[in-house]
Write a protein that binds this ligand. Structure first.
Ligand code: ADP
Ligand code: GLC
Length: 481
């Protein structure tokens, strides 16, 4: 085995404690896979309202943490627990005024909230007298930790010369704020080309300061170096292209396993696909749709965000439910932008007997949808990795996806799903029609598609080794070989 490493893992979301999307899935599963490789991984996230309210297995640590900010010392509480089904320690930074709120994001002071969190998480390692060999930060929320380590923290007695990895999960959210945040953090530095006058861009900072950078699929790593995919940071990413890697996400097989998932009406595996019918009927009952067996049941589980290709989806669902590809049903589970919530609500009321829109966040229902649907659609405009399609394949729902980012790397046309390239309703509709044609006319081929997806390896095994390799390279870069 490689050397045992102390890994400090920082994320704004860690499932099951907090999750709005795939970042939470990764935060809850990659640390367990690294732990299985023999490393000492410690996860730190903010103590949101559900932790403050009392979470089973999570306890307050005695005393409090003093965090030396640029504006003077601030204090924080710390809660402690473990990732489920593991003994990976997780710490929660508690600050009533910053994190004890109804939502995880969406506040005007988000940059300050996560800057404080990032700095406090580093200080926690001093309090624990545990020096990380590597600090692994995810998305802009934790980039302040990398920025601080590369500037003010450079000569810190405990944290100096710290190798860092910055993982980009989504370039669309960059954490832009005013330069005052550096006074708050106690950082003196120069501005980046990517930052407007008086502006700090934490996504850019993570990319600029980290020892090595990665994103969550090989294709997205290439796409973000182009002006179309770079969200204004492609120049900076090209500048660092030797240090930019693409590592596919895996799934937590403890959570996502149709043979053991207790949220389903019936468990099954690739050899017992006939049991899926019970999940389909349970889903139809839950969605108040007619219990028709033979027709394609199409589904979507998604954040309702511009990224997810919802404008082309509206047209395609209308064609589908008007019967242009024969009889079909559609179920949506999602929350997000009001315009898309309204679009799906109206489509559902128009196609009342064929479609249901659950405008909600519900992990249990999502599992039943993956297990009870035939076709899972993900026509994303861009998609860094995507976990929805991986879960769908694992549960035997055949994905129809746009071949972008991680979707292009994980769904293979005619083998595990159906893909299209052009971002248009027309291209999407043709791919969906191809899927429905096979579903309606060739049950044997359909089952092969299902089994190919269900038996493909989407575990963390391979990717955790790639992260280990990245850590070793980063450490070698800082300390010398
Ligand atoms: P993103 O991170 O961009 O949202 P991913 O496909 O990587 O996209 O991850 C989405 C994750 O969030 C999946 O685990 C999916 O099942 C889950 N999810 C999205 N919307 C909902 C919802 N409304 N209810 C339950 N789970 C959801
Ligand atoms: C982001 C991306 C998604 C990815 C997830 C986890 O939310 O939108 O594609 O799977 O992060 O890396």
């Amino acid at each position: 085995m490689a050397n045992k490493l102390n890994i400090l893992f920082l994320s704004a979301e860690v499932a099951p404690f907090a999750k709005t999307g795939g970042l939470g899935d990764v935060g809850g599963s990659l640390p367990k896979a690294l732990h299985q490789l023999g490393h000492d991984v410690r996860v730190v996230m903010p103590a949101y309202a559900n932790i403050e309210a009392g979470y089973p297995g999570v306890t307050p640590m005695p005393g409090h943490l003093t965090v030396p900010m640029g504006i003077g010392p601030l204090t924080a509480g710390v809660f402690q627990g473990q990732l489920p089904n593991s003994d990976v320690p997780i710490y929660f930074i508690a600050e009533q005024h910053l994190f004890n709120r109804p939502e995880i994001y969406g506040y005007h002071d988000d940059p300050y909230r996560f800057a404080f969190f990032s700095r406090a998480a580093l200080e926690l390692t001093v309090a624990l007298d545990w020096r990380p060999d590597i600090v692994h930060a995810h998305d802009w929320h934790t980039a302040p930790a990398i920025t601080w380590l590369a500037t003010a923290g450079k000569h810190h007695p405990h944290l100096h010369q710290m190798p860092t990895i910055f993982t980009i999960h989504n370039l669309a959210h960059q954490g832009r704020t005013s330069w005052d945040i550096f006074r708050y953090l106690g950082i003196v530095t120069h501005s980046l080309v990517e930052e407007g006058y008086g502006e700090v861009n934490f996504m850019a900072r993570g990319i600029y300061h980290a020892t090595l950078i990665n994103t969550v699929s090989p294709t997205y790593a290439i796409e973000i170096m182009s002006p179309e995919g770079g969200a204004g940071l492609d120049g900076l990413l090209r500048y660092r292209h030797y240090d930019l890697h693409g590592i596919l996400n895996g799934l937590d097989y403890d959570v996502w396993n149709p043979a053991t998932d207790t949220r389903l009406a019936s468990n099954y595996d690739a050899e017992h696909l006939e049991n899926r019918i019970h999940n389909r009927r349970a889903l139809q009952a839950r969605a108040n749709l007619p219990q028709q067996d033979g027709i394609p049941l199409v589904a979507m589980v998604s954040r309702l965000d511009w990224q997810k290709g919802l404008d082309i989806t509206g047209h395609v669902i209308h064609l589908l439910l008007n019967g242009f590809a024969g009889e079909a049903q559609f179920v949506l589970l999602g929350t997000g932008a009001a315009v898309y919530e309204e679009m799906f609500a109206q489509l559902a009321s128009y196609h009342r007997d064929k479609m249901t829109a659950f405008l909600d966040y519900n992990a249990g229902l999502s599992a039943l949808i993956y297990a009870g649907s035939d076709i899972f659609i993900m026509p994303s405009r861009f998609e860094p990795c995507g976990l929805g399609q991986l879960i769908a394949m694992r549960y035997g729902s055949v994905p129809v996806v746009r071949a972008t980012g991680g979707l292009a790397d994980t769904v293979h046309d005619g083998v595990t799903g159906f893909t299209f390239y052009e971002y248009s309703a027309d291209a999407f509709w043709h791919a969906l029609q191809r899927a429905i044609y096979v579903f309606n006319t060739d049950k044997e081929s359909w089952q092969i598609l299902q089994r190919n997806g269900m038996t493909a390896d989407f575990s963390w095994n391979r990717s955790a080794l790639s992260y280990q390799q990245l850590y070793e390279w980063a450490i070698a870069r800082v300390r010398g070989w």
